[in-house]
Design a binder for this molecule. Structure first.
Ligand code: BTN
Length: 283
């Protein structure tokens, strides 16, 4: 597995490569990670930053420059991490998995959402493989533990006409810290399973599951695995849109990732991830 040296652009700092005495225990270290991720296709090459603005922004720049599928950008801390709808995503040092993976699947642009399904299923399976907790998904891109948000997915694509050129699969998973709840309860993996998490082991499980499912990106099995983990299907919800709140019932999802909602008016609405939030309807 090849190790990429870090640049210092954007004031990012590479983790030292050959100074073991200075490593913080539990912090990611690039050359150690190369060993820990040996044999995997995803996570090769790997770039590790102690601090970066956003791993997605950095990975997009690398992809624009021709970086290969499988290149992983991992950060101990993000100072400008982004979530869906340009929300801030907080990553204090050493508390999370904050990563971006470059993918170059042969995929129609219209099927970009498949990568969000891929990330969601892989993340849940990795959490369950390395802990005792059950992981679920909240449409469209949230990872839930015990009904609280522990992580999120941000897939960004670049296109050549109707085809996907590359995608950056961004994933943030709170491992030992979670933010104050703003509009939805938050949690982290350690809080839910009560055990100390080895982030490298969790990362390896995640990349392994990503690799496995990436081979079945357009297969019905991936969609079914994603759908089976979705919370709130069949339940009353409220869709928050820029135009206001729409109460309804989350009936099902389509295989392009759209949510089918029966509105209170009886109208069936297909909702795309775009500019909407989902909340359970209060009884
Ligand atoms: C969301 O819940 O809206 C998605 C959050 C995605 C956060 C991750 S952290 C790593 C990657 N880099 C970013 O700037 N965002 C994603």
């Amino acid at each position: 597995m090849c190790l990429q040296r870090m640049s210092t652009e954007d004031s990012t700092t590479a983790i030292g490569i050959r100074r073991p005495s200075r490593y913080n225990r539990g912090m990611f270290h690039a050359s150690e990670l190369v060993r820990q991720l040996a044999g995997l296709r995803f996570g090769h090459p790997v770039q590790v930053f102690q601090q970066i603005g956003s791993t997605n922004d950095h990975a997009k720049r690398l992809a624009e420059g021709g970086a290969p599928e499988g290149l992983l950008v991992l950060a101990e801390e993000q100072t400008a991490g982004r979530g869906r709808m340009n929300r801030h995503w907080l990553t204090p040092p050493g508390t999370a998995l904050a990563l971006s993976l470059i993918l170059r699947p042969t995929l129609p642009a219209a099927q970009l959402s498949r990568l969000t399904l891929l990330a969601g299923v892989a993340a849940c399976e990795a959490i369950e493989q390395t802990t005792t907790v059950r992981a679920e998904l909240k449409w469209p891109n949230d990872i839930l533990l015990s009904g609280k948000k522990a992580g999120g997915i941000l897939v960004e694509g670049a296109f050549n006409g109707e085809a996907l050129d590359y995608a950056v699969l961004g994933l943030g998973l709170n491992v030992s810290w979670s933010p104050e709840a703003v509009d939805f309860p938050a949690t982290n993996v350690q809080a839910e399973c009560g055990q100390t998490i080895d982030r490298a082991q969790l990362l390896r499980a995640l990349l392994t599951r990503l690799e496995t499912w990436a081979a079945a990106l357009t297969a019905p099995a991936l969609f079914e695995a994603w759908r089976a983990r979705l919370v709130w299907l069949g339940q009353p919800i409220v869709i928050h849109t820029p135009e206001g709140e729409l109460p309804g019932q989350a009936e099902d999802v389509d295989d392009d990732g759209a949510l089918r909602v029966r509105l209170a008016s009886g109208e069936m609405r297909r909702v795309l991830a775009g500019d909407v939030h989902l909340r359970p309807a209060r009884g």
